[in-house]
Design a binder for this molecule. Structure first.
Ligand code: IPM
Ligand code: MG
Length: 354
């Protein structure tokens, strides 16, 4: 069984190496094959998602992804590193991005919110990732009667909303049975359709409680009372923004793993893409100080969902919890002036805890 390892750019390289060390320790039996994505792939192949990488992903059981993005490719007309992740989501129809936000005991004081607001924090953002503003056409810059203009299109089709709503309701059924569907229905037509379809799909899930919340209110409630949430269901752009906000509740963007699934199923596990939500962090890239927790926990999700190996997943998650409980911290998690470990030294501690 092959796992595609796609480190990409910036700290993606460092944190994916850390996650791979941990993954190899629990699953030495798999074939781990590296592929180029993002700015690194543009440099070597002229494309953010080269054909070789796509072929590798097609024959893999899952993808362990790092991060993509590089300010060097910001010039107009330049190929964009981000098209690698967007292309993978589209190519494999990976529409359901699951971002669990769970407090790691011991890190309550790393957050900028008061610890008592965070103690039992355990929510999941279910984000749609193949439609909406990210992909809608037209999408371009143009001249509007000689004035520079640009357009992005927010579009949702009923089946796209139905299938992501089902993912959220099914997940909620296994949890605290509460879905908060986030939209902007006081302004956006796509949100009005979204809300109508979510209500209709909810008919099949009476055991789950459904509430609707406007996205601005949701951003506020995540700061005011984050423990009120169980499953947050939302569209692509809102989910991108709210999941970064939710991640900071746990103390750092570097803590949050994610899994993205499509409709494709194998008998022995689901095909999926696993990535830290942190991004490339160009300011600290290459310095060896990035927090590898999100990437390591993404490897745990890969074991759970794509390998159906709950034991390996739990071992990794326990090792991270133990490492934090022992007082080890990366720089982003350490209190002002407190000592901290680099990416490798922190990963050594996780390996020890395994
Ligand atoms: C994420 C990232 C991506 C997104 C970028 C890199 C295109 O921010 O996975 O949250 O916006 O989806
Ligand atoms: Mg994001």
């Amino acid at each position: 069984m092959t796992i595609a390892v796609l480190p990409g750019d910036g700290i993606g390289v460092e944190v994916t190496a850390a996650a791979l060390r941990v993954l190899r320790a629990v699953r030495a039996d798999l074939d781990y094959a590296h592929g180029d994505v993002g700015g690194a792939a543009i440099e070597r192949h002229g494309s953010a998602l080269p054909a070789e990488t796509l072929a590798l992903c097609r024959r893999s059981a899952a993808m362990l992804f790092g991060a993509v993005g590089d300010p060097r490719y910001d010039a107009p007309g330049s190929p964009r590193p981000e098209s690698a992740i967007l292309g993978l989501r589209k190519e494999f129809d990976l529409f359901a991005n699951i971002r669990p936000v769970k407090q790691i005991p011991g890190l309550e004081d790393a957050s900028s919110l008061r610890p008592e607001l965070l103690r039992d924090l355990d929510l999941v953002v279910v984000r749609e990732t193949t439609s909406g503003l990210y992909f809608g056409q037209p999408k371009k810059q143009f001249s509007d009667d000689g004035v520079e203009a640009a357009v992005d299109t927010m579009i949702y089709r009923r089946p796209e909303i139905e299938r992501i709503a089902r993912v959220a309701f099914e997940l909620a059924r296994e949890r605290r049975r509460r879905v908060t569907s986030v939209d902007k229905q006081n302004v956006l037509e796509t949100s009005r359709l979204w809300r109508r379809v979510v209500v209709a799909v909810h008919e099949e899930y009476h055991e789950v409680e459904l509430e609707h919340m406007l996205v601005d209110t949701a951003a506020m409630q995540l700061m005011r009372d984050p423990q009120r949430f169980d499953v947050i269901l939302t569209e692509n752009t809102f989910g991108d923004i709210l999941s970064d906000e939710a991640a900071m509740l746990t103390g750092s963007l570097g803590n949050l793993p994610s899994a993205t699934f499509g409709a494709a199923q194998r008998a022995d596990g689901r095909f999926g893409l696993y990535e830290p939500i942190s991004g490339t962090a160009p300011d600290i890239a290459g310095k060896g100080i990035a927090n590898p927790i999100a990437a390591i926990l993404s490897a745990a999700l890969l074991c759970r969902h794509s390998l159906c190996d709950e034991d390996a997943a739990a071992r990794i998650e326990n090792a991270v919890a133990k490492t934090i409980a022992s007082g080890a911290r990366t720089r982003d998690l350490a209190r002002d002036g407190a000592p901290s470990l680099g990416t490798e030294a922190f990963t050594d501690r996780v390996m020890g805890a395994l």
